[in-house]
Design a binder for this molecule. Structure first.
Ligand SMILES: *Cc1c(COP(=O)(O)O)cnc(C)c1O
Length: 439
């Protein structure tokens, strides 16, 4: 048996063995960028510019909504989607405790108060029962995140929203390619926001975002507020009249051209990604103590992240979950697997929501702070304590070789579980109460 790389053995994967760069940039992309520069239409309002409006049409067709409104980034898209759906000062918006911080920040940008609900331990998405327990007379909307690319439990959230007259907004930033009962993420609520950040499954060559909706009024409000509250009419000159408070959230033309090229192959790329990740799931399911992502029968996972849960008891290792996770992460890292831990704490545990002065400045009412407690969101903390994430390499449609490499490395580490256990026990056990939030 070859020695573990962490202890001086040869790594299972060498650093130059696979192409892991993301996004994939082709010569055709470069030629297209040059053409945009030469044409000289640099903003979405420049005469003759067509990429932004074309992307909006094509993206709406892809998602299956009547409207798509392009903006500067995903956080701006969330902000405008919430505001256009009527969320404003003093309103409460229920968000999952596990997400990227932008989910909660966009609620603050809209002047509202994020209320954190715990997640389901297997889907990692918002637990509808917990969300239901957080509804108050001030609740205005539910912001459902399709975390890691798995659609949230939209039927349950829709039912909850209808019961209380709440808007249901999707954060689909991680869900390009995800389907819920055959319908695309982004077409499942009153409005959705998504991101084309360069790290996402549908990347720009930098930043970008989109709001999708069937609602004419939401689309119109979003289109106005992305640009100084102006009404822009296609084919007519800009009049520079502001009807409402707006922002400058216009989308960049070069980015739009790049996203259009990626969108043309998104369906095929998503299918490849799904096939690759399902193969990784089959490999990892054979290892005791590893649970690959759950995919309910009515969902298509977009695999923006591949989160695997680790159970030392099932692996036959005498160690606590946290140290076991850290030991496995270090050993896989040494073998050449780009393993990570997406998010280290619940959103509510960021200093932004813990620091007294910060809460005061944000004008978070006392009652809302009930859901900002450090010891709340138990499932989220448990998940963060006992799971790891893979992403790099897996986003590429041509990741089949990468998967073979990952499989080799995992099997090698699992052949050395005795050593993993010893190493885990040697890692200083953190205090139980802080282990989840501090890692
Ligand atoms: C990336 C991301 C965002 C923010 O998108 P940006 O384009 O980076 O502003 C929001 N929510 C989630 C879940 C994300 O992953």
């Amino acid at each position: 048996m070859t020695a573990l790389a962490l202890f001086g053995g040869t790594p299972a994967i060498s650093s130059d063995q696979f192409e892991m760069r993301w996004p994939v940039v082709t010569d055709d992309d470069l030629a297209d960028m040059a053409a945009v520069m030469r044409a000289g239409a640099f903003t979405s309002l420049s005469a003759g510019e067509k990429h932004v409006a074309s992307l909006e049409r094509e993206f709406a067709d892809y998602v299956g909504t009547r409207h798509a409104v392009a903006v500067a980034n995903g956080t701006a898209a969330l902000h405008l989607a919430l505001a256009a759906a009527g969320v404003g000062r003093g309103d409460e918006v229920i968000v999952p405790a596990l997400s990227f911080i932008a989910t909660a920040m966009a609620v603050l940008h809209a002047g509202a108060v994020p209320i954190f609900a715990d997640i389901d331990p297997r889907s990692f998405n918002m637990d509808p029962a917990c969300a239901a327990s957080r509804v108050t007379p001030r609740t205005r909307a539910i912001l459902a995140v399709h975390l890691h690319g798995l659609p949230a439990d939209m039927d349950a959230l829709q039912a909850l929203g209808s019961r209380h007259g709440l808007a249901l907004i999707e954060d689909a930033a991680q869900a390009h390619g995800a389907l819920y009962r055959g319908r695309a993420a982004g077409a499942l609520g009153d409005a959705a926001a998504t991101s084309f950040n360069v790290s996402k499954n549908l990347p720009a060559c930098g930043e970008g975002g989109m709001i999708t909706t069937d609602d004419d009024r939401i689309a119109e409000a979003a289109a106005m507020t992305r640009q100084f509250g102006e009404r822009i009419v296609a084919g007519e000159p800009r009049r520079y009249i502001s009807h409402a408070l707006g922002w400058n959230y216009k989308f960049n033309v070069l980015q739009a051209a790049f996203v259009r090229r990626r969108l043309a192959t998104l369906k095929a790329d998503a299918a490849d990604r799904q096939r690759n990740c399902e193969r990784l799931t089959r490999v990892l399911a054979e290892l005791p103590g590893v649970s690959p992502p759950l995919v309910p029968a009515d969902c298509t996972h977009a695999y923006h992240f591949f989160r695997l849960r680790l159970d030392p008891v099932a692996a036959g290792v005498d160690a606590e979950p946290g140290p076991f996770r850290r030991a496995v992460a270090r050993m896989l890292g040494a073998e050449g697997v780009p393993i990570g831990q997406y998010q280290s704490r619940p959103l509510s545990a960021h200093p932004l929501f813990q620091d007294e002065a910060s809460l005061k400045k944000l004008e978070i009412p006392r009652a809302a702070r009930e859901h900002y407690r450090r010891d709340d969101h138990r499932v989220t903390r448990q998940v963060l304590d006992n799971s790891l994430t893979l992403q790099r390499g897996l986003l590429r449609p041509d990741a089949a070789g990468v998967i073979d490499g990952f499989a080799q490395a995992f099997r090698k580490v699992w052949d050395h579980l005795d050593e993993v256990g010893r190493y885990a026990r040697s890692l200083s056990p953190r205090k139980r109460s802080t282990s989840a939030s501090m890692a």
